[in-house]
Design a protein around this ligand. Structure first.
Ligand code: 6R9
Length: 667
């Protein structure tokens, strides 16, 4: 399952030819002095958090307002006969109170959200006071529609301010939200509604993204024709585009009509720390999606604390995470973390390269964004246009860059650092998962010297370890399955309605540990390098290799924008290496280029990594959160094109037909 001895070959030589070790970007003395945490303080706080977690979290649990203070801090068992995770369990609080009410006195007139529409020129802004009023009204609106504490509310909304209002309104009255990405199909939405027994759906007439509209309300109508949906009582519809939409008088209600009728006063309900906060279905790369459940107190403490420390967030700064609220990054770093910290955020409705490839940079300039947090897939898409992606912009407000979602190849890291950040902004490469709630392995900007491609060191309270396939802990530098040895407050508590599946998925592979499903290597400085999902690792002639490693080498080639690598059955080697490659715009695919790329990878990693097959792939099958669905690529590579399984959760299912048409026969 694990990659073998190819550790030092992850392509840093290309950027630092004299030296085979990865380049090191030390913290500037100025930043170390200004930041909340320098290296010494990081080490001291980390040590304290591990030696005395009760004391550490007793102190840091105070960062949010509690209605009833907690006396218990951590009550956790990772024993697979009895997995039970509780934090701050006798405390009571409310998330929307912490994100809104407590800022009113000092920050009522500060902008909470700058909203930038899909088309340049479409914009809105809302202050904390206004957001508080909108949320309170909508909380009353939900109550008027029969929503009670503990009910599940499905949210199928585009990236509009009202998506955040809906989330916060749920938390205000103790309803559990379950956001379904607005690009998911009606089938995917129906499946999630059935699994969660949602009582209400909140949607919009249409969503707008990249110049195209999606018929969200029509999708909801279609989803609700599913015979197994019996729980939905109302559909609340926000008017985004004003398009004509089908209407069912007995069931459908306009958002704006409810808002007009509702009082702007709504007391935030006192919630137990362990009361459910939200369900979020994992992206569905394998099997039926799991409804990961997060609870109230621990999640909020951990989301807000990581937001403050890992972005070294300072009062008054503008923070932009361009994730969609339909995935965990949008929950934690668009809404809950920053708003709990009283930050000003940017929310963008559209995609990074519409209508022009310098859109991200333009938005940075427009709102004087200080901190930009985006995914490697977006970085690579922009990198394909190199300087055009920043043309006509200064980006001088930027102080810090972040990335999340997949391993970032050093090539993309350097481009982000040099071209977007002009070499001035540290990059925090944050490793985490839907299940972890918030960042787990990440640099802290004032404390951590950076190595491109490494998520570096654990956050406070996080005890990562590497284990071999037998579950033996690997000490020192090495490579293995990434596990977490003890709980942290932001950890998911269960799979909604299926605790057994939670235990099976995360706690049985390695006893007493949380299994992340990722592989990683740890270097001589204790830095972690995520090598990708362990199920994406391939075995070629008995040599095990991380697909991420080969992909990283591929994308280091100057004509390659993106690459996805899978194994396919090979008579002699066991598995062969099949590479799907997306070329930079303007580059034509040819057999000579394919030969060149094979040679390139051979040089970058070694003969064993030489691709057997290269397929030109103008588009790759990605989930809405930007993850490549390797399951589909594996099937196509293996010639099993008629058993691809569910492709409905793809951002653009039509890429699959193209891939099948262009498939390379593997004799
Ligand atoms: C937050 C999020 C989780 C999986 C995770 C890992 C990959 C996320 C990463 C990263 C390398 C990083 N991943 N961040 N790999 N470096 N900085 O993405 O959650 O959608 O649940 O995905 O994403 O494989 O296991 P989620």
């Amino acid at each position: 399952m694990l990659t073998s001895d190819k550790n030092e070959q992850t392509a840093p030589e290309k950027t630092n030819p004299e030296n085979s070790k990865p380049m090191l970007f030390p913290v500037s003395p100025k930043l170390a002095a200004e930041a909340m945490v320098d290296d010494e303080k990081y080490r001291q706080m980390y040590q304290q958090s591990i030696v005395n977690p009760q004391g550490f979290w007793r102190e840091h649990g105070q960062r949010i307002d509690w209605f009833t203070p907690f006396t218990k801090v951590k009550n956790v068992s990772f024993d697979d006969h009895h997995v039970d995770i509780k934090w701050f369990k006798d405390g009571t609080t409310n998330v929307s109170h912490n994100c809104l009410d407590r800022h009113l006195e000092t920050k009522g007139d500060q902008v909470a959200i700058y909203w930038e529409g899909d088309e340049p020129g479409e914009q809105r802004e809302i202050t904390y006071r206004e957001l508080h009023e909108e949320v309170s009204r909508f909380a009353n609106a939900l109550k008027s529609q029969g929503v009670r504490q503990g009910d599940v509310v499905a949210i199928y909304m585009p990236m509009v301010i009202e998506a955040a209002v809906a989330m916060l309104a749920c938390t205000r009255i103790g309803a559990i939200h379950s956001i379904v990405f607005a690009g998911f199909s009606p089938e995917a939405l129906a499946g999630r509604i059935i699994d969660s027994n949602a009582k209400i759906v909140i949607t919009a007439d249409e969503g707008v993204r990249g110049g195209r509209t999606t018929a969200l309300k029509a999708n909801v109508d279609e989803a609700l024709t599913h015979p197994d949906i019996r729980t939905i009582e109302k559909v609340i519809v926000y008017r985004r585009t004003g398009a004509d939409i089908p209407w069912h008088n007995h069931r459908d209600v306009w958002w704006h009509e409810l808002q007009q009728l509702s009082s702007p006063h709504c007391q935030a309900r006192e919630m137990g720390a362990e009361d459910p906060l939200f369900i979020l279905y994992t992206s569905g790369s394998t099997g039926k999606p799991k409804g990961v459940l997060h609870t109230t107190g621990g999640y909020l403490v951990y989301a807000s604390m990581t937001h403050e420390y890992l972005f070294d967030y300072r009062d008054g700064e503008v923070f932009w995470c361009n994730a969609d609220v339909g995935w965990i990054t949008g929950h934690t770093y668009v809404v809950y973390g920053p708003l709990c910290n009283g930050a000003t955020i940017v929310m963008h409705e559209g995609v990074p390269n519409y209508p022009s490839v310098n859109r991200v940079s333009q938005i940075v300039d427009k709102y004087n964004v200080n901190i930009l947090y985006i995914a490697p897939t977006a970085i690579r898409a922009l990198m394909a246009h190199d300087k055009q992606a920043v043309e006509g912009t200064s980006r001088k407000s930027l102080r810090l860059l972040g990335t999340v979602g997949e391993p970032i190849n050093p090539q993309a890291w350097h481009w982000y650092h040099q071209t977007v950040g002009e070499g001035r902004c540290p990059i925090v490469d944050t490793w985490w998962q839907t299940e972890t709630g918030a960042a787990m392995i990440t640099p802290l900007p004032g404390a951590t010297a950076l190595k491109p491609g490494s998520a570096t060191r654990p956050f406070f309270g996080v005890m990562p370890a590497l284990v071999d396939n037998m579950g033996n802990i690997i000490d020192g530098p090495g490579e293995g399955n990434l596990v977490i040895l003890d709980s942290w407050p932001g950890q998911a508590r269960t799979v909604y309605g299926d605790h057994e599946r939670f235990v099976q998925t995360y706690f049985t592979s390695f006893k007493g540990m949380y299994t992340t499903g990722d592989g990683a290597r740890r270097d001589e400085d204790g830095y972690y390098w995520i090598t990708g999902r362990v199920d994406d690792v391939i075995n070629v002639s008995g040599h095990r290799m991380g697909t991420a490693e080969i992909e990283s080498a591929m994308v280091a080639h100057h004509q390659v924008a993106e690459a996805a690598v899978v194994g396919y059955p090979h008579d002699i080697k066991g598995q062969g290496i099949y590479v799907y490659v997306t070329l930079n715009s303007g580059v034509d695919y040819s057999f000579d280029l394919a030969a060149d790329l094979k040679k390139w990878v051979r040089q970058e990693i070694g003969p064993i990594a030489t691709p057997d097959i290269i397929q030109n792939a103008p588009g790759l099958p990605k989930t809405r959160s930007g993850k490549i669905m390797r399951r589909i690529l594996r099937k196509i590579a293996a010639g099993e094109c008629d058993s691809l399984g569910d492709t409905s959760t793809l951002a653009d299912p039509s890429v699959v037909d193209q891939l099948i048409a262009d498939r390379v026969e593997v004799s």
